[in-house]
Design a protein around this ligand. Structure first.
Ligand code: ATP
Length: 855
């Protein structure tokens, strides 16, 4: 037989199993096996403990033959005694026996087969019997290792699966919770939209008395179905009721409150809320609403929650709370916070302006913290009418109502709200016969049943949407009017007993609750503070008024806009016309200026050619000092607006009337320094001028006017530059007073013949200087009334006057008139002379003989 060397790696691997998995302790299948296991335990470090087959770390176990130490002849002691040689022989014999009895081939085959194919040790374990006894321990060790590895692998797989399962479970659970929350949220929204009264059903546990009596439960509530309840009317018959939430006997106060809290929170948002408990006597109405000191009910927890919320929101909303507690006992309202407990005090229900029911005179106590409110609740509970009945030791004999008022003011918007939360613990419906009441208790029961019956009627009417709801049939329904059919959120607890002895009442209560649940009273709405509402009402009225005014103003504004638009259009057109006219005028002015320039030029030329002779030398001033020149004989004479005043001259000559009128012309020579030379000044041409020739006085008028104005006489154009401009600048195109000729000169010489041609009617200003000058030179015959050749006597004299006004040098104010009115005409000395100009005391005359001279 070929000896098998032990593989150190296989040995190491087999000798050190994973720490996490203790080696499987195999139970021996029979005595042989047990012996093998014992061998295994006795020699744990045996090199035979190796794996083979599929395990690469395991090599086939060494053959027992090869593994067994072979005693060499040299190792044997020579000359030992007989006993020692005997022992050795025995050992050798045993080893020989073992080697011969256990062939290692079967084990190797087993291991190979198992290692190659066998995954499941149990499949091959029956083959252990085929293996000879000496090989069994090794086979068992091998199998044990295999088991251990497998178990380890399974364990890892299980852990992995567990992790996976936990993860999936958590995900599914979260999804489920989310779905539930979503469903509840949607359902609540639906309920709010439909305005249903929410109904929670709570079933109390069987009490000790019922248990003792062996009463069974007629109610079945499945934990998985939170909204369903099954009423077992008989063994075969079950009736299912559906409510918004069903609480079983095991549900405690916290669970109940956690479902109630969303409704309670609404009161902080400004909704009116009403929570009431209904049910047979002794079913736990007071327990749910008030609770017991060690296990508080909805009232106390709700107020606690409201105070907590107010504290949480105090930065944005300021809340104030007040509480009123009353009871309806035998159809009378009693104020439970009234310390005087005056029985004569009568309280009644009145409808307020905003349509809600109020109890005037009801005490409304301000509360500031939860301890304070708890005191008030305790005080009210102490005053409540309770009595003992067969059904309940402390049976409520009245309907108890706690009204919690929340006033809020939004600190950011200033909006105020006032909302109520009613918490009602109704008296229990009871069967008189069952409760065994009489006397006062019987009377109480009758009142209780009557008011509960009224409540049932109201609910029925609401459910069937009757037009008339009999709220006023009882104090209870009248008080709860706005809660049952109004715009508040209503929550009803229907309390039931599970006992089979109360099955009739339980069924009644469940039917009633189902009807209540079907009532739709429209969606709730937020309540405003009545004072605030009044203020808002006034404001809205004012707003309406203002809106009306605004609308009227808008209409008038629109019409005005239209008016302005049309006026603007007209004005624009007018302005365009005016601009056009102005342009025309300017064009015309330019034309006239050109004409004037031409005429001036012609006049200058003409004057140069036909200048009148000067006066004799003796009468003339020295040439160097005489600055007087006769006026030009034509329109080319330069324009002047202001002649130098006489006052500005030195050696003002004093010309007396005598001198002036005398025949001696020497006196005239003294006015030598008076300059009559006109100052040339460019005067802008004004387009629009009034015609000075439009109205001219007659000769007599001229003279009188001249006398009157003589004291302040100045050249008219000096004072009225516009007139002078008009006189010299505006030349009518058409002759104003017929064709003007210069035939009226003393010698009949024709100075100038002016034909104005056509002209605009707007330019009917005085004729130009040329024309005027021709008029100025008047013959004595003309003075005496002869009609001039051009325009007749009147026109001639007018022209003369005009020319005097415009051309004459202004005389100083102190100077006396040089020519008295009319004197020049009738004085024989001056008959031949015609005054044509005056400068102070100097008078320019035209002499028949000398033509022109200065006196
Ligand atoms: N869910 C509950 N868990 C434990 N005990 C309860 C529960 N409900 C009611 N009880 C107990 O049942 C008894 C009667 O309850 P309770 O006085 O509240 O009934 P009730 O409906 O108010 O009766 P009544 O109409 O006569 O006033 C009390 O002792 C109360 O502790």
């Amino acid at each position: 037989m070929e000896a098998m060397e032990p593989d150190p790696a296989a040995v190491g691997a087999s000798s050190s199993p994973p720490a996490a998995s203790p080696p499987l302790q195999l139970q021996p299948q029979d005595d042989d096996d047990r012996g093998a296991v014992e061998v295994e335990r006795a020699d744990p470090a045996s090199p035979d403990r190796c794996a083979a087959g599929g395990d690469p770390n395991c090599a086939p176990p060494p053959s027992p033959v090869s593994a067994a130490p072979q005693p060499s002849p040299q190792q044997q002691p020579a000359g030992e005694d007989a006993a020692a040689s005997c022992e050795v022989e025995e050992e050798e014999e045993e080893q020989k026996l073992e080697t011969e009895a256990v062939p290692g081939e079967a084990l190797c085959t087993f291991m190979q087969e198992f290692g190659d194919e066998g995954e499941n040790p149990l499949v091959l374990s029956p083959r252990l019997k085929e293996i000879a006894t000496p090989d069994r321990p090794a086979a068992l060790r091998f199998l044990g290792e295999k088991y251990n590895n497998l178990v380890e692998r399974y364990k890892q797989q299980v852990v992995k699966c567990e992790d996976e399962c936990v993860r999936r479970y958590d995900g599914l659970k979260k999804k489920y919770m989310d779905e539930c929350a979503e469903r509840k949220h949607i359902y609540n929204e639906l309920i709010e939209l439909r305005g249903n009264i929410r109904v929670f059903c709570r079933c109390r546990p069987l009490n000790s008395d019922e248990v003792t009596r062996g009463c069974s439960s007629v109610v079945e509530i499945k934990a998985s179905q939170e909204t369903n309840l099954q009423f077992i009317s008989s063994e075969k018959e079950r009736k299912t009721f559906k409510f918004d939430r069903v609480f079983g006997p095991e549900d405690n106060q916290e669970v109940v409150f956690s479902e109630t809290v969303p409704v309670i929170r609404s009161v902080m948002e400004g909704f009116n809320v009403c929570i009431f408990a209904y049910g047979q006597t002794g079913t736990g109405k007071t327990f749910t609403m008030e609770g017991i000191p060690e296990n508080r009910g909805v009232n106390y927890r709700a107020l606690e929650e409201l105070f907590r919320m107010s504290e949480e929101r105090k930065t944005s909303i300021a809340y104030t709370f007040s509480v009123s507690i009353l009871e309806v006992y035998n159809e009378k309202i009693r104020d439970l916070l009234d310390e005087s407990n005056d029985p004569s005090k009568r309280l009644d229900i009145k409808q307020s302006a905003d349509g809600t029911q109020e109890v005037p005179g009801l005490i409304e106590a301000q509360i500031y913290n939860i301890d304070h409110v708890w005191e008030k609740l305790k005080f009210g509970a102490r005053n409540r009418s309770v009595g003992s009945t067969n059904a309940n030791e402390l049976s409520s004999r009245s309907h108890s109502l706690v009204r919690f008022t929340v006033r809020s003011e939004n600190l950011l918007t200033g909006q105020s709200r006032r909302s109520h939360m009613w918490m009602v613990d109704l008296a229990g419906s009871e069967r008189v016969a069952k409760t065994g009441v009489e006397g006062d208790r019987l009377k109480e029961s009758q009142f209780i049943n009557k008011s509960l019956s009224s409540l049932g009627d109201v609910i029925s009417s609401l459910a069937s949407k009757n037009s008339h709801i009999p709220y006023r049939n009882s104090k209870l329904t009248h008080l709860l009017q706005s809660s049952l059919g109004g715009d508040c959120k209503t929550l009803m607890f229907v309390q039931i007993s599970p006992s089979s002895t109360d099955s009739g009442e339980t069924l009644c209560s469940l039917n009633f609750a189902s009807r209540v649940r079907a009532v739709e009273h429209g969606p709730a709405r937020k309540q405003a503070d009545p004072a605030e509402s009044l203020k808002l009402k006034h404001m809205s009225e004012k707003l309406c008024q203002k809106e009306k005014e605004n609308a009227e103003l808008k209409v008038s504004f629109k019409s005005m806009q239209l008016q302005y638009a049309s006026r603007e259009k007209t004005l624009i057109e007018k302005r365009k016309d005016a601009e056009q006219a102005c342009k025309n005028y300017q064009q015309r002015i330019r034309e006239l200026e050109n004409e004037l320039g031409n005429e001036r030029k012609a006049a200058r030329d003409f004057a140069r050619s036909s200048r009148p002779p000067l006066v004799p030398m003796r009468q003339r001033q020295p040439q160097g000092r005489n600055n007087y020149y006769p006026p030009p004989s034509g329109p080319s004479r330069p324009r002047f607006s202001k002649a130098p005043t006489v006052q500005n001259k030195e050696n003002l000559p004093v010309i007396t009337n005598k001198a002036h009128l005398g025949s001696d012309n020497n006196a005239v020579g003294k006015a030598r320094r008076v300059s009559l030379t006109p100052v040339i000044r460019q005067i802008p041409i004004q387009p629009k001028r009034r015609s000075s020739l439009a109205i001219l006085p007659s000769v007599s008028e001229q003279l009188s006017v001249l006398n009157e104005k003589r004291a302040a006489s100045r050249l008219s154009h000096a004072h009225m530059p516009r007139r002078s401009v008009a006189a010299f600048g505006s030349i009518p195109a058409e002759p104003v007073a017929g064709r003007v000729t210069a035939d009226a000169t003393p010698d009949g010489a024709k100075l100038r013949r002016i034909d104005f041609g056509s002209s605009s009617s707007k330019f009917t200003s005085p004729p130009p200087m040329l024309g005027l000058w021709s008029k100025m030179v008047v013959t004595p015959q003309q003075k005496l009334g002869a009609a001039p050749a051009g325009g007749g006597p009147c026109n001639s004299s007018k022209l003369c006057f005009s020319i005097q006004k415009r051309v004459l040098v202004p005389s100083p104010s102190r100077a006396k008139p040089s020519v008295p009115s009319g004197m020049g005409i009738f004085n024989p000395a001056l008959r031949e002379q015609v005054v044509v100009g005056r400068a102070g005391k100097a008078v320019r005359v035209v002499n028949n003989k000398r033509r022109q001279s200065v006196i």
